[in-house]
Design a protein around this ligand. Sequence first.
Ligand code: FES
Ligand code: FES
Length: 152
Amino acid sequence: MITLNLNGKDVELDVPADMPLLWALRDVANLTGTKYGCGMALCGACTVHIDGQATRSCVTPVSTVVGKKVTTVEAVADDPVGKAVQRAWRKLDVVQCGYCQSGQMMSATALLQANRKPSDADIDAAMSGNICRCATYVRIRAAIHEAAGNLA
Ligand code: FES
Ligand code: FES
């Protein structure tokens, strides 16, 4: 058994220590908002927060996050910054197919938690690891500015 702090609650999961966190989240904890894209830390679809840092859960063994706070998109709106991101995403209708978007929102939230007034260059740097095959990048950037404005 491995005990994880998942979205603010301690949860016991019967998983091997080397299981990728993404599998533990999706297949065992039933938190399916986090998506599998590449499995190789290349696309960002699986991004969650570990102690507030945007992290690729597909390459993170579950045992390495014991004792840390894991936050998934299901709980992103529990945080004021995450809530502002979620609202901006809705207002600007960012989502196209949606597959990449939970990872995008987790990266955007981590960015705004660290930098409340990011420039376009800051946004491009922070979001460069999150790939969107529908190419919603212009709306993502606008939504991050919108969320930042609402947090000011
Ligand atoms: S599924 Fe983890 S980065 Fe692509
Ligand atoms: S909205 Fe379709 S992959 Fe990003």
